[in-house]
Unconditional design. Structure first.
Length: 360
């Protein structure tokens, strides 16, 4: 009796975990894990497609988190990543500090930049918040292009070697790919956990009705500031992957083009999906690497893809999943109805035949 009673909650918990979202996450994660094992040219596919997808997706995910759970569209996420990249270059190369303290301190600097941005922009919303974050990002771009003592101006800081921890050598491209994958997965679960926590529920309530949450005693601006700081921290994690992928940092990291690229990745993948950004990052990385082989106007092609997604898939490419499921369900219903009608016809014919036999 006790065994069956104790097994029932476990079964319920297991069934509660097996949702469509979790199944997709597991499948995508397994595909990412075996990716280096199935590609024919790892030295091309891993850095140009795999790692690039991961750092773009991680930075874009911080943008999606703010948009989905806080209702704020920030165009400063690439800047926070670039600040972290600059920090790693400055502390480890210019100052000569050990790499691990440089990474930790740079993550803090990127998060601090997010906190400062929140202090300035958090009292606004909608288009005004977006424009303030864009303006602040361009202010930093202008400063980074001229501050030769800190950023080495337009030449940037290079080379920035990948760290060798002895037991983990990031100079090996496969090892570095798995390092980037670990950071991307960690960032994803940070946001998933935050969204389900009391803090996450509070910021979602603030998104839906800030006046009501303020009346309940919640400090709306403080919660928004904390959310933007967390998003800046995750964007900085993307900056760690980025700087070791490029082995350098320069003002192009925080340019307007780089900022808009992250927005494109988020929209193409799905502006309302944390995991969809990696689909957008994959599409963007493929376009960057292969579209140039077919046309010199690959940015035009990227723009056409962006417009096509907006027109036909407003929820992003991640919205293809529900569409495909609906198509399969319709086919299944059609086949079931056809089978049931055939069974009914057969039963009617059998009944008619029996009546004729009885009449004779």
């Amino acid at each position: 009796m006790s065994t069956s009673t104790s097994s029932t909650p476990r079964t319920a918990n297991w069934r509660g975990w097996v949702t469509a979202q979790n199944v997709v996450v597991v499948v995508v994660l397994l595909a990412a894990i075996i990716f280096p094992l199935v590609v024919d040219r790892p030295r091309f596919w891993l850095p140009n497609i795999g790692v690039r997808t991961l750092w773009m997706g991680t930075i874009a995910m911080s943008l999606v988190f703010l948009n989905r759970y806080v209702g704020l569209l920030s165009l400063a996420q690439m800047t926070f990543a670039g600040i972290c990249s600059y920090g790693i270059g400055y502390f480890s190369v210019t100052m000569g500090w050990p790499i691990i303290p440089s990474i930790i301190l740079s993550l803090g600097v990127g998060s601090f930049a997010g906190w400062l941005t929140a202090l300035i922009a958090v009292r606004t919303k909608a288009i005004y918040f977006m424009m303030i974050t864009l303006a602040l990002s361009q202010v930093f771009y202008s400063w980074a292009s001229q501050a030769i003592e800190v950023t080495n101006a337009r030449r940037g800081i290079a080379p920035i070697p990948r760290p060798d921890f002895g037991f983990i050598n990031l100079n090996d491209i496969t090892t570095f790919y798995y390092f980037a994958l670990f950071l991307a997965v960690l960032s994803y679960f940070i946001f998933r956990y935050t969204a389900k926590s009391q803090f996450g529920l509070a910021i979602q309530g603030i998104k839906d009705s800030p006046e009501r949450m303020s009346a309940l005693g919640y400090n709306v601006n403080r919660y928004r500031t904390a959310a933007l700081t967390l998003a800046a921290f995750v964007a900085s994690i993307g900056g760690v992957i980025l700087v070791f992928d490029r082995n350098q940092v320069d003002p192009s990291f925080v340019s307007l083009d780089a900022t808009l690229n992250i927005l494109v990745v988020a929209v193409v993948g799905g502006i309302g999906s944390l995991g969809g950004v990696f689909i957008g990052g994959l599409v963007f990385a493929l376009l960057q690497n292969f579209a140039q082989d077919f046309t010199d106007r690959y940015m035009t092609l990227t723009g056409l893809v962006f417009i096509g997604v907006l027109l036909f898939f407003p929820t992003g490419l991640v919205g293809l999943g529900p569409i495909i499921r609906r198509l399969f369900s319709r086919r299944a219903k059609t086949s079931n109805s056809a089978e049931s009608s055939e069974t009914l016809d057969a039963a009617r014919r059998a009944g008619t035949h029996n009546k004729k036999g009885q009449h004779k």
